[in-house]
Design a protein around this ligand. Structure first.
Ligand SMILES: Cc1cc2nc3c(=O)[nH]c(=O)nc-3n(C[C@H](O)[C@H](O)[C@H](O)COP(=O)(O)O)c2cc1C
Length: 223
């Protein structure tokens, strides 16, 4: 299903340290594909995709010790001046746990992390969304597990290190994907010369009547 528009090609570039942002990137990609977009997903640590082949760009990265993955910063800085990155169809997903604290000081830190990213890369995404991440204790080594448990206790997060804990609001992320799709997909306008109204294929994404007339007449519109 394509909502009456032409297929929009979207690039999702992500950085991850413990795997959760990869899961988020995959989730957004699946939702966009279900809507009819053509989506390709790349890990910035292992790929250097060319953004100019796409109509829309989503970058996702997670916050670790006050900054995003270096591979994401490098890729964004390298491509920040391309037309698509300077255009309106861009979004950044900032994955972190600080958002859960609802603490003004932590929120100010997250804003400073965003500002530092924009200053380092020269790229200002049209949409910027903070997404709550995860505490995958079972994937941490023991030192990281102890440190993260201590941080989580202070922040009011889960301290049961025998299990992984996910805080991502998947419904909200689904709404984000749907918003990107609806803002980024060119719509086929119902044709003014079509008199069959809503039953016409103009509104369903098939070739509009005016185009069919053009095709039949070799390009010249009848007067
Ligand atoms: C070592 C470490 C440092 C972190 N530092 C921060 C931080 O400074 N601010 C924050 O909000 N979240 C921080 N987090 C939480 C991560 O952003 C969160 O766990 C996220 O889901 C990680 O995503 P990833 O699995 O894609 O790397 C940190 C997590 C770890 C393990």
């Amino acid at each position: 299903m394509n909502g009456g528009g032409t297929v929009t090609r979207i690039l999702i570039l992500y950085g991850t340290t413990d795997g959760h942002t990869a899961k988020i990137a995959g989730f957004v990609a699946d939702r966009l594909r279900a809507l009819g977009a053509g989506v390709e997903v790349f890990n910035a640590a292992t790929s250097n995709p060319d953004p100019t082949a796409y109509a829309g760009i989503i970058v996702a990265a997670s916050v670790h010790a006050g900054g995003y993955q270096r591979s994401v910063v490098h890729w964004v800085r390298a491509h920040a001046q391309t037309e698509v990155m300077r255009g309106a169809r861009t979004a950044f997903l900032s994955v972190c746990l600080g958002i859960l604290e609802k603490n003004p000081k932590v929120m100010a830190d997250l804003t400073a992390i965003k500002s530092a990213f924009i200053a380092r890369t020269g790229w200002t995404p049209t949409q910027f969304k903070i997404v709550a991440g995860a505490l995958p204790y079972t994937r941490y080594g023991w030192i990281k597990r102890v440190i993260m448990r201590r941080i989580a206790r202070k922040a009011g997060g889960a301290t049961d290190t025998a299990h992984d804990h996910e805080y991502t609001d998947w419904l909200d992320l689904r709404a984000f994907a749907e918003k990107c799709y609806s803002l980024w997909t060119p719509k086929t306008e119902p044709n003014a010369s079509c008199e069959t109204g809503s039953a016409c294929s103009c509104a369903s994404g098939a070739i509009p009547m005016r185009s069919r007339v053009l095709a039949r007449s070799g390009g010249a519109l009848p007067g």
